[in-house]
Design a protein around this ligand. Structure first.
Ligand SMILES: [Fe+2]
Length: 178
């Protein structure tokens, strides 16, 4: 059972404020990639699409003198940590199951290792799918954060993806009972 849908997330002012900051087009594209990859890797598409949609919700604006300062960002960024917490709070507020909220939050925390000391992360399948979905939509120089998508089109795309996830979840239930 899905407690929270993508459209509910999209319509929330917190999402509108913070996901827009890093690009709604990127967030929606990643959710679609996550759906495809979740099917391929046998991961729950509900969690994967929500985690991918919200993965960059923790971004801060690193401006200096009105210009984006990439060095400042690189040095001080903790968007995955901030995003994990912000997404968790939002999901719980909307009535998400606490276990699902934790899984999604962890996938957001680990979607990038750019803020971590050198080392190798051992990702579980959900975390791996979300990281892959982000990579699949990345463009050189961070251009993916600047693509535009109208609110109307974003809403329609998420509504369609919600339907696909609903159908997949139904299918999974049927397969489990056969
Ligand atoms: Fe991203």
């Amino acid at each position: 059972m899905r407690h929270v849908k993508l459209l509910q997330l999209f319509d929330h002012p917190i999402t509108q404020k913070y996901v827009k900051r890093s690009g709604m087009a990127h967030a929606v594209a990643c959710a679609y990639h996550a759906y495809r990859l979740a099917k391929k890797h046998g991961v729950d598409p509900d969690r994967a699409t929500k985690a991918a949609f919200l993965h960059d919700i923790g971004h801060y604006t690193w401006y200096r003198d009105g210009q984006w300062d990439y060095d400042l960002y690189k040095e001080n960024d903790i968007h995955a940590i901030k995003g994990a917490e912000r997404a968790h709070k939002l999901l719980i507020r909307l009535g998400e199951h606490p276990r699902t909220a934790k899984e999604i939050s962890l996938a957001i925390l680990l979607h990038t290792d750019s803020y971590l000391p050198e080392g190798q992360l051992n990702l579980n399948p959900l975390q791996y799918v979300v990281a892959l979905a982000d990579e699949a939509d990345e463009e050189p120089g961070g251009e993916h954060h600047y693509r535009t998508l109208s609110a109307e089109r974003a809403r329609k795309m998420l509504e369609a993806l919600d339907k696909k996830v609903d159908e997949s979840m139904q299918q999974m239930i049927i397969e489990q009972t056969i």
